[in-house]
Design a protein around this ligand. Structure first.
Ligand code: NI
Length: 401
């Protein structure tokens, strides 16, 4: 006798050609965060065609639908499955036949694959809804790439009516072996916060420095000094990154700049380390500015907490992953400093965020995520569908005993 799990695995395989079509269509038509109108439209139409009630415009361009098990009453448990939809401001250089037709925008993180997987999951959940012991809230999220899509959806009450008790998501990963599933209890990915520093000096002629306060010189010293925060303020057994990625100051060689703008990112796992990093960046900038008679503004325009998987969520995922890909294909890795706003959901509805390997067994790992030649092995798509669909059934079964 085949179990439901085995049937879902087989049906996910059967969906593979469809999953590839969806993924390549999304790949050819990438959209930046909060602009995913075409993508959201296709998702919404698909969910609607499956007979689901669909809410659009949740968190600007997000889409939400609920799959209710037959006989799920008011008190039935609800699980949230989340799939992200946005692309990146990168000029694609893959040369693929389905490469981006939107120059300067590229699905360089695999969210095209995630969206296709979510559509496949919806189909299998609806098909087997008589076995669903509760509700599945399917969340197609906009703007994962650092612009606050998860928070926007939460502000639009995606976690209410009904409130999910657990949240699960996956990310394909082009550097991990095909269909390896990384299930990590505890921290997996880091808190990631942007920061901006504006240094205000006093501009003037390049030949009369004594009449100026040189914002370029001061900002340069700040960049160097910020590197001492990880070296000298973070406990060596903790982990953190401070990166200044952008330095803008002045516009011409013979004028001393009055204003410099530094932009960077900080990464951490521990919430106390996270707030200490913010405080120290502000203090270091303030001290150096004061020494030179300049002033500064410090702000954190966006960020998200660390992705931390609950022990229960990880244990459930471990069992599901073993059943889908086999025990030898389930792995753990060292935590990575990558950020992911799935953390916003996990902080409110504990669960698990897993990685699914998408390197090619024939040609090896693809270019890193966020690079102009990024790609992934599409054979992971059906694995993603089987994993997420089975997770919904398994979690609801666990809740209802
Ligand atoms: Ni991503």
């Amino acid at each position: 006798m085949t179990t439901l799990q085995e049937r879902i695995n087989a049906e996910a395989q059967d969906l593979q050609p469809q999953l590839i079509n969806w993924r390549r269509d999304f790949h050819a038509h990438p959209e930046l965060g909060f602009q995913e109108t075409r993508t959201a439209g296709i998702v919404a139409e698909h969910l609607h065609d499956l007979g689901l009630e669909v809410s659009t415009g949740i968190g600007k361009t997000g889409v939400v639908a609920m799959v209710e098990g037959d006989g799920a009453d008011e008190d039935a448990p609800t699980i949230l499955l989340r799939f992200d939809m946005d692309a990146l401001p990168i000029l694609e250089e893959t040369g693929l036949p389905f490469a981006s037709q939107n120059p300067g925008v590229m699905h360089a993180c695999g969210h095209d694959g995630h969206t296709a997987i979510g559509m496949g999951v919806a189909r299998l959940l609806v098909k087997h809804r008589q076995h669903l012991n509760g509700r599945v809230k399917l969340v197609f999220q906009p703007a994962e790439e650092g612009v606050g899509g998860a928070s926007a959806m939460i502000a639009d009450k995606v976690l209410e009516n009904p409130k999910p008790a657990a949240a699960f998501a996956m990310h394909l990963w082009s550097r991990l072996p095909l269909n390896q599933v990384v299930v990590q209890p505890g921290p997996l990915w880091a808190a990631a916060d942007k920061f901006d520093l504006v240094i205000h000096g006093k501009g003037g002629h390049g030949a009369t420095p004594h009449d100026t306060i040189d914002a370029t010189l001061i900002a340069s010293q700040i960049v160097v000094a910020l590197q001492s925060i990880v070296a000298r303020n973070v406990n060596p057994t903790d982990t953190a990154v401070v990166t200044v990625g952008s330095f803008q100051s002045g516009s011409v060689g013979n004028v001393i700049s009055e204003k410099a703008v530094l932009q960077g990112t900080v990464r951490s796992f521990d919430p106390e380390v996270r707030s200490m990093l913010h405080r120290r960046i502000d203090e270091v900038a303030a001290g150096i500015c004061q020494a030179f008679g300049a002033t500064h503004e410090f702000s954190v325009p966006g960020g998200c907490p660390a992705v931390v998987n609950s022990p229960e969520g990880a244990a459930l995922m471990q069992g599901v992953a073993e059943a889908v890909v086999g025990q030898e294909q389930v792995a753990q890795i060292a935590p990575m400093m990558v950020g992911e706003d799935m953390a916003e959901f996990l902080n409110r509805a504990p669960g698990c965020f897993v990685l699914v390997g998408a390197a090619s067994p024939e040609t090896g790992p693809f270019s890193p995520h966020h690079s102009p030649t990024f790609d992934f092995d599409e054979r992971m798509l059906s694995t993603g569908v089987a994993l997420m669909a089975n997770t919904a059934f398994a979690w609801l079964d666990e809740q209802t005993g």
